[in-house]
Design a protein. Structure first.
Ligand code: NAD
Ligand code: ZN
Length: 379
């Protein structure tokens, strides 16, 4: 047992005190894990656009002060009462949506929407006692999606932690904890393109390029990348994207442009932008009769999806997914193995690296649309 088990740990965390203001590295107290909880030492974390939305709180409910972060890799420091399948020292990836293994969703082969632990962006406390495990001078600091990885130590529910191969390099596989698995799974598990088919990917950030990677692995013959930032296009070629469209440079709606390019529409599309207009275009650009569109981007809280019902009657399918339909505890270890046996390349998604003290730089890169994933080193 570690010497810190059962005790409060004082460590550094990046606290978001107010919407849109730079994070501040503070000394926080992290309480020991309670029933069915584990405390993790985070070694590497990275920034996903979802963190930025909740930090900006422009289109999301403000919950502050809060410790953000949900894409990370770490090691179990100690375990709470009732935890049997994790031990101190296990290498793990925390995940923003959990798997209790007991509810109807966890028992269904089709769903990863666990009743107990599915993503809840407004909750800032632990499920067990509705309290936070983080504090500064006795004042609670809220959690984020059950993970709060922008801290040297964090407490999560055991159901939100995937135990992985200890040989896997955490500075690489940490990006499988959200973005890359989400994009890859959205294509492979949900859109399911057939060999030789055409796939449009909206948004060429890390999630979208992981979706493109899924299309390449599935044997798609055309992968059309759509992004309003033209500087994304050059990099996207490394991910098998064969054609590009910038909606800002089109004279007509992008769905019409894609329909013309593909003789009536693409076979599959995957939306990874969070922009409602892109979601509607992603749906309307699939071929009638068989086309399937998958929404992945996190929308503004007041967004409304509007399309003519005939687009559905004409036998187009609209779907959506969290975490690419992977069940975090059951499925994520095998995605890590895809990296270990070189079926999946992660290095090309990692464009920046900063020490924890410079975490705000990662926000700047994402806001400027520069690069894909920025690894934040905790040591
Ligand atoms: P990112 O910022 O790196 O990439 C988003 C890309 O979309 C950018 O290149 C941007 O220029 C482009 N874009 C924005 N508006 C557009 C539009 N109208 N048309 C075309 N392109 C547009 O972000 P990311 O980290 O790759 O995340 C992508 C999205 O996926 C975000 O909305 C994020 O919140 C969401 N997400 C969802 C899940 C899930 O489980 N459903 C998990 C992770 C991330
Ligand atoms: Zn994410």
């Amino acid at each position: 047992m570690s010497s810190t088990a059962g005790q409060v740990i004082r460590c550094k965390a990046a606290v978001a005190w107010e919407a849109g203001k730079p994070l501040v590295i503070e000394e926080v107290e992290v309480a020991p894990p309670q029933k069915m909880e584990v405390r993790l030492k985070i070694l590497f974390t990275s920034l996903c656009h979802t963190d930025v939305y909740f930090w900006e709180a422009k289109g999301q409910n403000p919950v502050f002060p809060r410790i953000l972060g949900h894409e990370a890799g770490g090691i179990v420091e100690s375990i709470g009462e009732g935890v049997t399948d994790l031990q101190p020292g296990d290498h793990v990836l925390p995940v923003f949506t959990g798997e209790c293994k007991e509810c109807a969703h966890c028992k269904s082969e089709e769903s990863n929407m666990c009743d107990l632990l599915r993503i809840n962006t407004d909750r800032g406390v632990m499920i067990h006692d509705e309290k936070s495990r983080f504090s500064i001078n006795g004042k609670p600091i809220y959690h984020f999606v059950g993970t709060s990885t922008f801290s040297e130590y964090t407490v999560t529910h055991v159901g939100c932690v995937a135990k992985i191969n200890p040989l896997a390099p955490l500075d690489k596989v940490c990006i499988l904890s959200c973005g890359i698995s989400t994009g890859l799974g959205a294509t492979l598990n949900v859109a399911k393109p057939k060999k030789g088919s055409s796939v449009a990917v909206f948004g060429l950030g890390a999630v979208g390029l992981a979706a493109a990677e899924g299309a390449r692995i599935a044997g798609a013959s055309r992968i059309i990348g759509v992004d309003v930032n033209s500087s994304r296009f050059e990099h996207a070629k490394k991910f098998g994207v064969t054609e590009f469209v910038n909606p800002k440079e089109c004279k007509k709606p992008v769905q019409e442009v894609i329909a013309e390019m593909t003789d009536g529409g693409v076979d599959r599309s995957v939306e990874c932008t969070g922009n409602i207009d892109a979601m509607i275009s992603a749906f309307e650009c699939v071929h009638d009769g068989w086309g399937v569109a998958v929404l992945v981007g996190v929308p503004h809280k007041d967004a409304v999806f509007k399309t003519h019902p005939v687009n559905l009657l004409n036998e187009r399918t609209l779907k959506g997914t969290f975490f690419g339909n992977y069940k975090p505890r059951s499925d994520l270890p095998s995605v890590v193995e895809k990296y270990m046996n070189k079926e999946l390349e992660l290095e090309k998604f990692i464009t920046h690296e900063v020490p924890f003290a410079e975490i705000n730089k990662a926000f700047d890169y994402m806001l400027k649309g520069e690069g894909l994933r920025c690894i934040i080193r905790m040591d």
